[in-house]
Write a protein that binds this ligand. Structure first.
Ligand SMILES: Cc1ncc(COP(=O)(O)O)c(C=O)c1O
Length: 314
């Protein structure tokens, strides 16, 4: 007769036991469960656009499947995707990136993950403004770093260079900027962003600029990417971008990074041993999102005031 093995608790690794589960995803699952039970719920947990993925993007994915683009791709993504990202930044921000500085990722979340774990060592301090997106400190903790929070309540939740300067210590290795910010929605004015980057460059501190909400600005604020700063302010900058929110593609899981070549090479190592490459079909769809014609898009999203015209995030 077989004896039952004694019940043991799973020996979670030290790195993972220090992490908290994603509270936004937990809220989303709780809302799903309520919905399944017949309750009418509006879920503000995960940032979900309230319109569907535009049809030209869906069509591109269908064509990709029909054409057999269903296989592994290079770790950094297809040439087509890399070129679409390069062309988008050239067109929108007048900046030239090379293929060796661009990689596709499985969502903006993986972009931030790759960037943090390829840089941070135990004992390194990573600055971030409060309030922050829940995932930032968890990735830092996973990498063995120490999140250091900068209070911004006094300045109406708007991070500035003086606050950063006060928070810098000899151990500061990285700062994560997020403008427009989740959750505050605040947009760092362009002149202040430049001051921040001048300070960080002078101090040799690396920067992740999470630009997931790039287009979510309302007048008088303007769309701004750190990519448009002069080259000398970008030598330690990694832009983490996402197709999720702007193109209503949250489920497709597509993001990207723009970073110096050496940082990109380190991130490619991480990605090559985790997800290998972003989904091949979603890559084709993302290239269409950046380069495709926008005539089929919801009118509200093409307006200068999308929120006023009815496009919004839940
Ligand atoms: C600030 C911020 N960055 C990155 C992401 C990642 O988005 P995704 O992984 O869907 O591209 C999110 C998602 O909510 C976010 O709020």
């Amino acid at each position: 007769m077989m004896t039952k093995p004694a019940a043991t608790s799973f020996p979670v690794s030290n790195n993972v036991s220090k992490m908290q589960p994603s509270s936004t995803l937990a809220a989303m699952q709780a809302a799903e469960a309520l919905r399944a039970a017949g309750v009418n719920v509006v879920d503000f947990g995960a940032g979900e656009p309230d319109f569907d993925t535009p049809d030209n993007i869906k069509q591109a994915a269908i064509e990709a499947m029909r054409a057999g683009q269903t296989k592994y791709t290079p770790t950094a993504g297809t040439r087509q995707l890399q070129q679409a990202i390069i062309d988008f930044y050239a067109r929108e921000f007048g900046v030239e990136y090379e293929r060796s500085q661009v990689m596709g990722t499985s969502g903006g979340k993986q972009a931030v993950f790759n960037a943090v774990v390829s840089l941070i060592n135990p004992g390194d301090e990573v600055l971030m403004a409060k309030p922050y997106w829940v995932t930032f400190p968890e990735i830092v903790v996973f990498a063995g770093g120490t999140p250091v929070f900068i209070e911004t309540e006094e300045t109406g939740f708007l991070l500035n260079a003086d606050q950063i300067e006060q928070a810098i210590t000899p151990r500061t290795r990285l700062i994560i900027l997020n403008s427009p910010s989740n959750p505050s929605g605040r947009v760092i004015p362009t002149a202040e962003f430049k001051r921040i980057m001048e300070l960080l460059t002078e101090r040799g501190i690396y920067v992740i600029s999470d630009e997931c909400y790039l287009r979510f600005v309302y007048p008088p604020a303007q769309v701004f990417s750190a990519a448009s700063l002069p080259m000398e302010l970008r030598s330690r900058l990694c832009i983490a971008g996402s197709f999720s929110k702007t193109y209503a593609m949250t489920g497709w899981r597509m993001g990207y990074t723009l970073a110096p070549r050496e940082w990109t090479q380190a991130m490619l190592k991480v990605q090559s041993h985790s997800t290998s490459n972003p989904n091949s079909i979603a890559q084709r769809a993302a290239a269409e999102a950046f380069n495709g014609h926008k005539s089929q898009w919801p009118q509200c999203w093409l307006s200068t005031q999308p929120d006023a015209d009815g496009c919004s995030m839940r």
